[in-house]
Structures are given as structure tokens and as C-alpha cells.
Ligand binder design. Structure first.
Ligand code: 3HC
Ligand code: NAI
Length: 696
């Protein structure tokens, strides 16, 4: 039987080397291989010390996440770490790349740790809804002290080797092949007469104000429970014996393993990777990408240009007038100054990006040699067609022509050119150099290698790219329009926008829908309502109270007044008393008697509307899989990551109960709450959205 752990001896040193690509996760076979290797080394009288190291990209990236939720298989990781630590022979961890989660826990079970200068360590389990479960919460505080351990474990951050050395997590930094530096360190230690040095035998961490720390971490987690639970585990390392602390850690770990948050976060982990892995792109090579053009240097164009510059692409941006050129340059420079301030780029890089890498001009001829152009001019079909006409004339053959339109028909834009197969939608989110989501909108004629190029650009810019089909609003804005409407209906029926915002932030959203509307600008929704008015179904309920506010020139944060009133220099706003009056007037006009809503009902209606439209989007092929909807909402719309996305939330809530609620709501408003046929079909077949994800 082949094992991912190879055993070799080098004089008196035995080396256990893990080769389990891509990242040396601690699968059952790796755990077994390490356990067997320890037995063999201990049984060999010629072996005085053992080095554990990894091949490939990492020492060990942690437990094998794909095994979570399945029956646990021996040898278990906590026992393996304890077994390594209890060895009568000196054990050294030689670390390169990342040592994360269970990977760092294996290293902490070793007696000494040496790492390459570029190595990173961390206990990121909280991001999976867990805590370290193989002694990390008990051993780390014995090395770093309680406060530093709490910070490292509750943030799950990656710690670079120099800081890890300072914190006492590693003992030495050495340049060179990990196996070689491990052997050299073990020989050095042996020559100095060093023996086993178990971390568990070190004094327990000092006490800190555990309750205050727990409360602060809970508050920061915005409803996520794993970071706060980690505080209690570290507390055990200070208050209990090592063995009792290990038991407490295990109990808390197993408790979290059973939570919905763990399921949601692991769904997010795997699917943020799977989302850009499209079967249709297997074997399709993207086109070369070195320089890009951007048309329009307003909010979006400047953000897109910034993102491309930060990814080391050359950018040529076109604006209409010399004045607009300067304004666009200022916006980009401002964005890059932010990156400089946050240490993302150096002053020298800033200088190069703002001079050599960026050209801003009014002349379209400067685009003759770029590989891809993103158009981000006004949201007006005629203006867009004019721009694409010019691009068609000046861009080289094979140049990808992309539009950042939010709502317009990409097929119509493509058809206005002589090269519709080169045209695609690349829908960025504001601010484009910050927001992670990119919708890659595939039109009828878009060539496969153009789609692959869209995904390649997304990867270069560090985005999560989701494939979307053409429809009004693509995946995200289309679903947003529906759940926003559900929220508006609740306002008409008696819930206040402030109760709704609070219920949804308590559920975990970064912001409530009314605060978001104020931030985005109320004029956007107003314009959309006017645009859609002619096609409206007679039964459609369209609240208009907010249009009265827009008519008075109040568009949210940018004008200081919207659902909330904003005072200069203050964060956030206070409820605008005019809203209650406008809502009451509309209720009187429509003969509505307002009623009370519980927070739970608000969340349920909002989520049911989101899931129902998500199901339609999948059914129509606008999103290929439910996971595409989940990742869109997670990375573009502030959806709480620990629910995994709306479709995962629905799977966890039970599709039958979601459908039953939608059918119940349909008794009040049959037009809005028509259940999506796909949802009905899945319930009838006893299947879940995740079953569809697995089917591809
Ligand atoms: N288990 C299983 N698969 C893993 C994995 C893990 N721990 N870590 C990464 N992978 C897989 C990814 O899913 C991906 O698979 P794919 O190619 O099929 O999509 C592949 O490895 C490569 O991963 P990335 O694309 O993320 O590669 P990067 O180089 O960008 O990043 C990484 C590498 C920093 C290791 C990143 O993958 C990562 O952060 N992994 C998770 C680390 C983690 O959370 N460890 C803790 C696990 S929980 C634990 O240890 C519990 C213990 O306390 C008991
Ligand atoms: P904006 O009004 O801030 O910027 C548009 C810019 O385009 C202006 O600077 C204008 O001078 C320039 N422009 C207009 N016609 C031009 C032409 N023919 N040639 C060169 N430049 C021209 O608009 P914003 O917000 O940046 O939006 C641009 C596009 O991005 C729109 O299609 C919009 O729907 C879309 N979008 C907007 C988002 C947002 O949050 N603002 C989010 C995602 C997409």
C-alpha cells in the first residue's frame, strides 16, 4: 500500500516526510503514516531524533476539511499530536509554506520548531466555524501567553515566520530546503544534549479578564460563535490541568462541529474555490492579458483601473474631456494612495503605477494595442452602443470587449459590433478595487476563450468570479430587486425600515437593505422603478412612499437625507421622521391597516424571497448552479458568510418548510409569492440545492 508519508534515515536522524498534494492536508492516510513513522523511528535504536517535514507547497495546511461531517477515522489528530509529544526521542518540525490548523498543532506537538523565512503559521479554524481541536488552544497559550493566543486564534490570521519567532511559536528561522534545515537543527540540538521538550509540560498561561474578552470577541463576530467559543477554550488552558484542558477543547470542538454555522462556513470555503471551476472551460485557454483599456473614469471606471494597476496590468483609460481626464486621474491616485497607506504597495510602486503603468487620454486610438477593454460609461444603451462602435473600429482583432453594465442587455450591445463573439459582460461591484465579486456575464455569441479570459482577469485581480447569464440584473441585482421588494412590502404592511435593518443585521448581514439603499443612492432605485413602470403587471404591489422623498431631492447619504438623516462627521444615521409620515400616507391611500412583525418573520420573508428568486435564476440557467447564487450574495451583497449563502441557508432550514412558507405568503399576494417551479420540484423529489451542486 502506498503511503503519503515516507520514512528515511540520515545518520541518527529519521525523517517523516509528508507528500499529500496539493497542501498536505492531514487525511487519515497521513495521520496513519505519521503514527507508523513514529513507531518505526522509536523502535530503531540507531535513531536519536525525528524530523517531520512536508514536500510541495506547505508543511501541512491542516486537518482534511473534506472529512468533516463524516464518521471520524483513527488515528485521531489530538491523540497523534499527544503521541508525537510523548516520544522519548527528540522530535523537530521543519516548516515551509503554511502550517495551519492541525498542521500547526502537529508542529506544536513536536519538541522544537524550525521554519523557512517565508513560512507562515496560524490557527484559522474559526473561519470554518470551529476552534483548534488537536491541542492548539492548550499548547499555543503556553508558548505565547493567553492574550496573544486569544488574538491569534480568534482572528485566525496567518503569522509570518519572524513574528512567530518573536511570539515563541517557532524556535529558529533558517533558509534552505525544509528537510535539510530540520536535520541540521536536530543535529545541533543533539550535539547540545537537548532532549524532548513537551509544550504540555510548560506552565499554564496567565489569567486575563475572560468574560470581558469573550463579550468583546462575540460582539466583533457579528453573530459568529466560533471565535467567542475559542476564548473559553483558551481560558481552560489557564485554569485547568493540561489533560482537562484538552477534554474541554474537544467538547467545545465537537459542539461546534454540529452547528449550522460550521456547515455554512465549510460550504463557503469549498465553493468560493469551486465557483470559478466551470466544466465548460476545461481545456479552454484564456487569451493573453497584459494591458487593458477602461472607458469612463467615474466611480466604476476609476475603481476597475485601480484594481488592474494593483494587479500589475498596464491601463489606458479614456474619458470624454480633458477635465474628466484629470478627475479620473485624481480618483485613481486617491485609490492608490489608500493602498500605499495600508502598506499594500511601496512608494516606488505607487510612483511607477501612477506614471508608467497608467495612461489617461481622450483619444480612442490609444487603445489599438490593448488586450481587453472594460466599458464603464453612463448606464444608457445609446451611449454604450456608440462606445462599442468606436472600440470595434480601433481595437486589434482578438481584443476582448467587456461592458460593466448593471442592467442593460449584453446581447444587444454585442450585436451592435462586428465581433459579438469577443463581447462579454464584466460586472464589477463598487468600490471595484475593494469588492471581491465579479459577475462574468456570458452573452449568446460570447466565445469560450473570451469567457475563460474573463475568469483569468478575475483571478489576476483577486476576485471571486461567478458565471452569469444575460437577464435584467444578472444574478445579484436581479435577486436583490426581489428581496428588496419583500422588505418594502413589509414596510407598507407595518414594519419600520429600522426594525427591518436591525433584524437583518442581527441575522448577520453587514448592513440592512434600507441603509444599503441610502449608501448606493435612492435615485438608482427610483430610476429603475420609472424604467420598469410601463411593463408592470396590474397585480404588482409597488410601494412609492420613497419616491416622494426622491422628488424632494433626497437621495440618501450623498444628500444627507434618505431613510436615515446623516450628519457631517458622524458615522451612520438616525431614522428620518419623514419616512413614517410618507408610509402612513401611502397606507391610508391603499387602505392598509398596519400590523406588527416579529424579527423572525422579517428574516423569514426576506430569506424566502431571496431563495425563491435564486431558484428561478438557477432554473433559467442564469446561474449554472445554486452555489453560484450563494457566492454572488456572499461576495457582493454582504450576506453572512456563516450561513454559506441563501441556497445553503434554505437547505439547512429545509426546502419543504421554505416552500410551505412561500405558499402561505402567496395567500396574501399570489403575484409576488409564486413558488419557483425548481423549488417545488426539489421538494417533491426530496432533494436539496446541494444535490444540484454535486450534480454539476
Ligand atoms: N483540507 C482539504 N482540502 C484543502 C485544505 C484542507 N485543509 N486546504 C486546502 N485544500 C484544498 C482546496 O480546497 C483546493 O482544492 P481545489 O484545488 O480542488 O479547489 C486546494 O487545496 C488548493 O487550495 P487553494 O486553492 O486555497 O490554494 P492556495 O495556495 O490559494 O491556499 C491554503 C492554500 C492557504 C492552504 C488555503 O487553501 C487554506 O487556507 N486552506 C485552509 C486551511 C485551514 O483552514 N486549515 C485548518 C483546517 S481545520 C483543522 O485543522 C482542524 C484541526 O484543528 C483539528
Ligand atoms: P459615473 O457617472 O460615475 O461614471 C461614468 C463616466 O463615464 C463619467 O466619468 C463620464 O465622463 C464617462 N463617460 C461617459 N460617456 C463616455 C464616453 N463616450 N467615453 C468616455 N467616457 C465617457 O458612473 P458609474 O457609477 O461609474 O457607472 C458606470 C457604469 O458602471 C454604468 O453602466 C453602471 O450601471 C455600472 N455600474 C455601476 C455601479 C455603481 O455602483 N456605481 C456598480 C456596477 C456597475
Amino acid at each position: 500500500m502506498t503511503t503519503p508519508v515516507t520514512y528515511s534515515t540520515h545518520g541518527a536522524i529519521a525523517v517523516l516526510r509528508i507528500d499529500n498534494p496539493p497542501v498536505n492536508a492531514l487525511s487519515q492516510a497521513v495521520r496513519q503514516g505519521l503514527s507508523d513513522g513514529m513507531d518505526r523511528a522509536e523502535a530503531d535504536a540507531d535513531v536519536a531524533a525525528i524530523v517531520i517535514c512536508g514536500g510541495g507547497r506547505a508543511f501541512i495546511a491542516g486537518a482534511d476539511i473534506s472529512e468533516f461531517g463524516k464518521p471520524p477515522m483513527q488515528p485521531h489528530l489530538p491523540e497523534l499530536c499527544t503521541r508525537i509529544e510523548a516520544s522519548p526521542k527528540l522530535v523537530v518540525a521543519a516548516m515551509h509554506g503554511v502550517s495551519l490548523g492541525g498542521g500547526l498543532e502537529v508542529a506544536l506537538g513536536c519538541h522544537y520548531r524550525v521554519a523557512q523565512p517565508s513560512a507562515r503559521v496560524g490557527l484559522p479554524e474559526v473561519h470554518l466555524g470551529l476552534i483548534p481541536g488537536a491541542g492548539g488552544t492548550q499548547r499555543l497559550p503556553r508558548l505565547t501567553g493567553a492574550e496573544k493566543a486569544v488574538e491569534a486564534i480568534t482572528t485566525g490570521r496567518h503569522i509570518k515566520a519572524p513574528e512567530a519567532l518573536e511570539l515563541g511559536i517557532i524556535d529558529r528561522i533558517e533558509d534552505g530546503d525544509s528537510q535539510e534545515i530540520g536535520i541540521a537543527y536536530a543535529q545541533d540540538l543533539l550535539s547540545k544534549g537537548a532532549g524532548p521538550r513537551p509544550v504540555s509540560a510548560m506552565p499554564p498561561a496567565e489569567a486575563i479578564d475572560w468574560d470581558a474578552t469573550y463579550d468583546a470577541v462575540l460582539k466583533k463576530g457579528r453573530g459568529q460563535i466560533s471565535p467567542a467559543t475559542a476564548v473559553r477554550a483558551v481560558q481552560a488552558a489557564s485554569e485547568l490541568s493540561f489533560d482537562d484542558g484538552m477534554t474541554r477543547e474537544r467538547d467545545l470542538f465537537m459542539e461546534l462541529m454540529g452547528t449550522d454555522q460550521r456547515k455554512g462556513l465549510i460550504h463557503a470555503f469549498f465553493n468560493e474555490r469551486a465557483v470559478s471551476n466551470l466544466p465548460e472551460l476545461k481545456g479552454v485557454e484564456p487569451r493573453a492579458l497584459q494591458s487593458i483599456g477602461v472607458i469612463g473614469g467615474g466611480t466604476m471606471g476609476a475603481g476597475i483601473a485601480t484594481a488592474a494597476l494593483l494587479a500589475r496590468l498596464n491601463v489606458t483609460l479614456i474619458e470624454m474631456t480633458e477635465e474628466a481626464v484629470e478627475a479620473a486621474r485624481d480618483r485613481i491616485t486617491g485609490n492608490l494612495q489608500g493602498a500605499l497607506k495600508r502598506g499594500k504597495i511601496t512608494q516606488a510602486q505607487f510612483d511607477a503605477l501612477t506614471t508608467q503603468a497608467l495612461t489617461v487620454a481622450t483619444n480612442y486610438d490609444t487603445l489599438s494595442d490593448v488586450d481587453l477593454v472594460v466599458e464603464a460609461v453612463f448606464e444608457d444603451m445609446d451611449v454604450k452602443k456608440q462606445v462599442f462602435g468606436k472600440l470595434d473600429a480601433v481595437c486589434k482583432p482578438g481584443c476582448v470587449l467587456a461592458t460593466n453594465t448593471s442592467y442593460l442587455d449584453v446581447n444587444e450591445i454585442a450585436a451592435s459590433t462586428k465581433r459579438p463573439d469577443d463581447v462579454i459582460g464584466l460586472h464589477f461591484f463598487s468600490p471595484a478595487h475593494v469588492m471581491k465579486l465579479l459577475e462574468v456575464v456570458v452573452a449568446d455569441a460570447t466565445a469560450p476563450d473570451v469567457v475563460a479570459t474573463g475568469f483569468a482577469l478575475g483571478k489576476m485581480l483577486g476576485k471571486i468570479s461567478v458565471r452569469a447569464g444575460v437577464c435584467d440584473g444578472f444574478i445579484g441585482n436581479r435577486i436583490l430587486a426581489v428581496y428588496r421588494t419583500a422588505a418594502d412590502h413589509m414596510v407598507l404592511d407595518g414594519a419600520s425600515p429600522y426594525q427591518i435593518d436591525k433584524a437583518l443585521t442581527d441575522f448577520g448581514f453587514a448592513m440592512g437593505p434600507f441603509a444599503v439603499a441610502d449608501l448606493a443612492g435612492l435615485d438608482i432605485g427610483w430610476a429603475t422603478r420609472k424604467r420598469k413602470a410601463p411593463d408592470r403587471h396590474p397585480e404588482e404591489r409597488v410601494p412609492t412612499y420613497i419616491d416622494r422623498l426622491c422628488e424632494q431631492g433626497h437621495f440618501g447619504q450623498k444628500t444627507g437625507e434618505g431613510y436615515y438623516i446623516y450628519e457631517a462627521g458622524k458615522r451612520g444615521g438616525t431614522p428620518n421622521p419623514k419616512i413614517a409620515e410618507l408610509v402612513a400616507a401611502e397606507q391610508r391611500d391603499l387602505g392598509i391597516t398596519p400590523r406588527d412583525f416579529t424579527d423572525a418573520e422579517i428574516v423569514r420573508r426576506y430569506m424566502c424571497a431571496m431563495v425563491n428568486e435564486g431558484a428561478r435564476v438557477v432554473e433559467e440557467g442564469i446561474a449554472k448552479r445554486p452555489l453560484d447564487v450563494d457566492m454572488t450574495l456572499l461576495f457582493g451583497y454582504g450576506f453572512p458568510r456563516y450561513w454559506g449563502g441563501p441556497m445553503k441557508w434554505a437547505d439547512i432550514a429545509g426546502l419543504d418548510s421554505v416552500l410551505a412558507d412561500i405558499e402561505r405568503f402567496a395567500k396574501e399576494d399570489a403575484w409576488f409569492w409564486q413558488p419557483a417551479p425548481l423549488l417545488k420540484q426539489l421538494v417533491a423529489e426530496g432533494r436539496s440545492f446541494d444535490d444540484l451542486n454535486r450534480a454539476g
